[in-house]
Design a binder for this molecule. Structure first.
Ligand code: FE
Length: 435
C-alpha cells in the first residue's frame, strides 16, 4: 500500500509553512476593531488570540521543543501563559493581556524567519520534518476554524471567498453503491513515509459486513423534505441526547436556513441567498444527521465503512488507496478542497474524484459525520503533541473526508476529524447507508 508523499525536502516544507501563513493573514489578519476579539462563544476563539496561538505552536514545536527537558525560552514574554491552549481555559482567552495585532503578527514573522533558517540548516532531520509538518497542518486547521468563525459571526467572507458565487451546479447524484465488505485494514499503514497523526495509527484488521452506501452526501432538497415533514418536532426521530439538544437549541431547521416565500434561504457569511437544492446539506450537527437517518430509514456509515468505501478496491482485498481516486494527491478536478471554489458545489460535481466503488466527493466539499465516537485504535500511543487526540476520545464523533475549506496537503483517506455531536457551526454534512 504505497503512500503518496515521499519525505518532503526543505523547500517543500518551507512552502507548507508559507502557504498556511498566507492563509492566516488572509482569513484573520484582515480583521479589525471589535472583530479581533469578537463575542465570547464556546465554539469560537477570539481571532487575535488564535493568530498568536498558531505562532506560539510553531515556535513551541519547531524552535523551543527539547525532548525530555522543558522548552527553550520563547521570543516573547509570557508566551505559554498567553497562548498554550492546554493551559489557557477557553473562556479566559478574551481577557488576556494580548499584544495588539501588529505586535502579534511581528511575533509570527520572527518565528517564521527562524524556522525557515533552521530548515535551511537542518531540513534533512526527521524530527524537524515531522514538527514542521505538524505546525503547518495545525495552522491549516486553525485557518479552517477562522473560516467557519467568519460564517458563525456573519462577517464578510475573506477576500478570496468573494468569488465563491461561481459554485458548480451539476445537479444531484442519487442512489447507493453496493460494497461487498470483508476484511479491511482500518487506519494508516506503518510502512508509509508520510505524516500521520497518532489517532490514525496503525492500520489494523476489521471485518466489515456487506453494506450499501450513498453515492453522494445528503443534499439540501433531501434534508428540506425532513424539515417539512416536521422532522424537528417529532420526538421519535431523535435520540434522547439529540432531542434534548434540539429543545435546548430551539432548532427547527439547519442553523443558517430561513423560510421565505414558500422556499428556503441560507445565510452565507454576511449575505443571504436562495438555498441551492443539490448542494450537500452543511452546518448540521451529528444529532440532526442522526434524526434525518431515522426519518429516512437510513443510518450513518461507521468509520470502517466510510474508509472502506473511500479507500477499498473491488476484487483486491487488502489493497487500499490513499485517496478515493488513487495515489496521486488531490487536484482541482477531483476534489473541492481549499482554493478550488472556496464554497460548496453540487453533489454531482467532481466525478473524476469518485472512489473505486463509485462514491463521489468522499474527499472535499463537506465533512461527513460517521456513526462512531472518536476513540483510539488498538495499541494507541500518543505522539509528542499529547493534547491532539487523547483528551477528546469518547465524547466526540468522527468526521471524514474534508471540506471546501480544508487544505489538500492535510488530507488522506485515513484522516480522522472529530467534533462534539452538537456542533453545527463547522462545515459538516453526511452521507447515509441503507439500514
Ligand atoms: Fe491549536
Amino acid at each position: 500500500m504505497a503512500r503518496p508523499s515521499p519525505k518532503p525536502d526543505a523547500a517543500a516544507l518551507s512552502r507548507l509553512l508559507l502557504d498556511a501563513r498566507g492563509r492566516t493573514l488572509a482569513y484573520a489578519g484582515d480583521l479589525s476593531g471589535e472583530q479581533l476579539l469578537g463575542p465570547k462563544l464556546p465554539i469560537v476563539n477570539p481571532p487575535l488570540w488564535e493568530i498568536g496561538h498558531v505562532g506560539w505552536f510553531q515556535e513551541h514545536w519547531c524552535l523551543r521543543h527539547r525532548p525530555g527537558r522543558s522548552p527553550a525560552p520563547s521570543l516573547i514574554a509570557d508566551a505559554d501563559a498567553l497562548y498554550d491552549s492546554a493551559l489557557v481555559p477557553h473562556d479566559a482567552r478574551w481577557s488576556l493581556p494580548l499584544p495588539d495585532l501588529d505586535r502579534t503578527l511581528g511575533y509570527l514573522a520572527r518565528v517564521m524567519e527562524r524556522v525557515l533558517d533552521r530548515l535551511d540548516r537542518e531540513g534533512d532531520a526527521d524530527f524537524l520534518r515531522y514538527f514542521v509538518q505538524l505546525a503547518a497542518f495545525h495552522e491549516e486547521m486553525h485557518c479552517e476554524a477562522f473560516t467557519y468563525t467568519r460564517q458563525t459571526l456573519g462577517y464578510r467572507p475573506a477576500a478570496r471567498d468573494a468569488v465563491a458565487a461561481a459554485a458548480v451546479a451539476s445537479g444531484p447524484w442519487a442512489g447507493d453503491v453496493e460494497v461487498p465488505g470483508g476484511e479491511f485494514l482500518l487506519g494508516a499503514a506503518p510502512d508509509g513515509e508520510g505524516f500521520v497523526f497518532d489517532n490514525e495509527k496503525w492500520a489494523h484488521r476489521v471485518n466489515v459486513a456487506p453494506f450499501r452506501i450513498a453515492r453522494a452526501p445528503v443534499t439540501n432538497v433531501e434534508f428540506a423534505a425532513f424539515v417539512e415533514n416536521a422532522g424537528y418536532r417529532r420526538r421519535e426521530l431523535w435520540s434522547r441526547a439529540g432531542w434534548s439538544w434540539c429543545e435546548r437549541a430551539g432548532a427547527e431547521a439547519p442553523v443558517y436556513w430561513n423560510r421565505r416565500d414558500g422556499g428556503w434561504t441560507q445565510r452565507c457569511y454576511d449575505g443571504v441567498r436562495p438555498l441551492r437544492p443539490h448542494e450537500p446539506v452543511i452546518h448540521v450537527s451529528w444529532f440532526e444527521a442522526d434524526a434525518y437517518c431515522r426519518w429516512a430509514g437510513r443510518r450513518l456509515p461507521t468509520e470502517a465503512e466510510w474508509e472502506f468505501a473511500a479507500a477499498g478496491v473491488p476484487a483486491a482485498a487488502g489493497e487500499k488507496k490513499a485517496y478515493p481516486w488513487g495515489e496521486a494527491p488531490p487536484v482541482p478536478e477531483r476534489a473541492n478542497l481549499f482554493g478550488v471554489l472556496d464554497a460548496c458545489a453540487d453533489v454531482g460535481a467532481f466525478a473524476k474524484g469518485d472512489s473505486a466503488w463509485g462514491c463521489r466527493q468522499m474527499v472535499g466539499n463537506v465533512w461527513e459525520w460517521t456513526a462512531d465516537w472518536f476513540g483510539p485504535y488498538p495499541g494507541f500511543v500518543r505522539d509528542p503533541y499529547r493534547e491532539y487526540s487523547e483528551p477528546w476520545f469518547g465524547n466526540h464523533k468522527v468526521l471524514r473526508g474534508g471540506c471546501y475549506a480544508t487544505r489538500a496537503a492535510v488530507l488522506r483517506n485515513t484522516w480522522r476529524n472529530f467534533y462534539t455531536p452538537d456542533r453545527r457551526d463547522v462545515f459538516a454534512g453526511f452521507r447515509t447507508c441503507a439500514a
